[in-house]
Design a protein around this ligand. Structure first.
Ligand code: GAR
Length: 194
């Protein structure tokens, strides 16, 4: 990832597909006085992603990732990210699978947030499955991205107790609040380990 030299900030790109609450949270984090990240690009798998509103409001450049032409699109995105010295990609509700080639090209520099205590409950509908299985705890995880879904090395995890009466929808709200605390912490932790 390269060392931070002097006051130089780490250039990041955030990839989204939908609502963008984690994106909005990272934008706020990047604007803090002592922030060490520059959020340069928002890459979206859809023109219609609701989260793009946060990029527009904050004058952050937007790249639309056209999944109908996945490989060409990936090549273009890579080119833009590399030529703008992007050092970290944060997937935040990005619901598409990146190719092995793309991941290799950004090895160790792509991270993702997932709403479960990985390695348990990879994939979709985590909260529904957690409730159905009468779990006692849930939480969220930030991990490195590798070629397998939700499977890369864990960077940080946060756990909460599930209360009687919690539904999937209640859990999703509680876990989202945790996610907003955890993602900035994960980026900080990555820095500390450089
Ligand atoms: C978040 O809960 C995130 O953890 C999840 O999608 C939601 C996006 O919300 N990601 C995954 O499930 C990836 N496997 P947001 O668009 O409001 O940030």
């Amino acid at each position: 990832m390269g060392k931070l030299i002097g006051n130089k900030k780490l250039n990041i790109a955030v990839f989204i597909s939908g609502r963008g609450s984690n994106l909005n949270n990272l934008i706020k984090f990047s604007k803090k006085k002592k922030s060490f990240i520059n959020l340069i690009f928002v890459v979206s798998s859809s023109k219609a992603a609701r989260g793009l509103v946060y990029a527009k409001k904050n004058n952050i450049k937007i790249i639309i990732f056209n999944y109908k032409k996945k490989l060409t699109s990936e090549r273009n995105v890579l080119k833009i990210l590399n030529s703008n010295k992007i050092k970290l990609i944060c997937l935040a509700g990005f619901m598409k699978i990146l190719s092995i080639k793309f991941i290799r090209n950004f090895k160790g520099k792509i991270i993702n947030i997932h709403p479960s205590l990985l390695p348990r409950y990879k994939g979709l509908n985590t909260h529904e499955r957690v409730i159905k299985n009468n779990e006692k705890f849930t939480g969220c995880t930030v991990h490195f991205v590798n070629k397998n879904l939700d499977s890369g090395k864990i960077i940080i995890q946060k756990k909460i107790k599930i209360k009687k009466g919690d539904t999937a929808s209640i859990l999703s709200k509680k876990v989202l609040t945790l996610e907003h605390q955890l993602y900035p912490k994960a980026i900080k932790k990555l820095f500390a380990s450089l």
